[in-house]
Design a protein around this ligand. Structure first.
Ligand SMILES: Nc1ncnc2c1ncn2[C@@H]1O[C@H](COP(=O)(O)OP(=O)(O)OP(=O)(O)O)[C@@H](O)[C@H]1O
Ligand SMILES: O=P(O)(O)OC[C@H]1O[C@H](OP(=O)(O)OP(=O)(O)O)[C@H](O)[C@@H]1O
Ligand SMILES: [Mg+2]
Length: 280
């Protein structure tokens, strides 16, 4: 049985469970459940703190897991990223009181509060900046006002928390993070391929839609150039002489613009439908 770690709470937990459900796996119905066995798919899910997941996977007690890229790098665990999952996106940034004019180099000798000392320590060491790291569990944005730090380094999504604390970003982003699947370095757990194939299928279903339309023969070439599809569009003759039906996958984000372009080319009956699962 494949042993998979899933965040039990926090920013990634609901989205991770949703993606696993869409991939055909059973998920817990009660947030107090710590383990769930999906007998049909031969997978055992362990609900753990996102920060601990890289440790379990790195130690080899679990085969793989879902966590944040920032948490994997912070942990220093012997685990590798195998698949980005397209949710839980954030940037990891330095911040200081608005108007303080800090740069990364000006952190030399100052106190930097963070919940990610491994990640920030490695970043500053690489930059040759020696600063004192103050390790906090959370609500790091309050550390400066409360006098334990001069600057902070933390997860930023919308920037609302920073703004409300009167802070502003400085320096280049330390990391672009998102939810990822990790596995222990140097291993190829049995069953992981199937899990990854299913997750990739969901990613495709989320990113693409299916587009169908009818087009007169003289516009067929121009229209299919607009919708080249994944491999190649499906083109079938219509009962009506001189017309074709075309079916192709297009990016969900581009669908409206593509429909406009097809209409201009003379296509009609343009329909968009969701893809609920896929294997490409
Ligand atoms: N607001 C957010 N938007 C997007 N991703 C986030 C956000 N906050 C945290 N994350 C990401 O979620 C992952 C887990 O962080 P999370 O905040 O859920 O854990 P935690 O701080 O240990 O727990 P908690 O906040 O519940 O004490 C990290 O990879 C982080 O980058
Ligand atoms: O840019 P924003 O959209 O405001 O999101 C970023 C905030 O979200 C996370 O906090 P969380 O709620 O996890 O609390 P924590 O600091 O206790 O971890 C993170 O640590 C930031 O504080
Ligand atoms: Mg948090």
């Amino acid at each position: 049985m494949l042993r998979v770690a899933v965040p039990n709470k926090g920013a990634l937990s609901e989205a991770a469970a949703t993606m696993l459900r869409e991939s055909g796996y059973r998920q817990r119905s009660d947030t107090k459940e710590l383990v769930l066995v999906d007998e049909v798919n031969s997978v055992e899910f362990f609900y753990l703190r996102p920060r601990d997941i890289a440790t379990y996977v790195g130690e080899g007690t679990l085969d793989c897991g879902i966590t944040g890229r920032d948490m994997l790098l912070d942990s220093g665990a012997a685990a590798d990223e195998v698949l980005p999952l397209g949710f839980g996106a954030s940037r990891f940034r330095f911040a200081a009181p608005a108007g303080s004019g800090f740069t990364r180099d000006s952190l030399r000798g100052l106190r930097v509060a963070t919940s990610y000392p491994g990640l920030v320590g490695a970043h500053l060491r690489e930059a040759g900046v020696e600063a004192r790291l103050i390790r906090l569990d959370g609500a790091v944005e309050s550390a400066i006002r409360l006098g334990v730090a001069d600057a902070i380094a933390d997860v930023v999504e919308t920037g609302t928390t920073l703004r409300q604390a009167g802070l502003e970003l400085f320096g280049e982003p330390i990391l672009q993070s998102e939810a990822i699947v990790i596995k222990r370095s140097g291993t190829a757990p049995q069953g992981l391929d199937t899990l990854l194939r299913r997750l990739r299928g969901v990613l495709v279903a989320r990113t693409y839609v299916m587009m169908d339309y009818d087009v007169p023969a003289e516009a067929l070439e121009r229209a299919t150039a607009v919708t080249p599809g994944f491999e190649s569009p499906t083109v079938s003759p219509l009962a009506r002489e001189g017309w074709f039906a075309v079916r192709a996958m297009v990016k969900r984000a581009d669908a409206q613009a593509i429909m406009d372009a097809l209409w201009e080319e003379g296509a009609r009956a343009i329909l968009v439908t969701d893809i609920s699962a896929s294997r490409l």
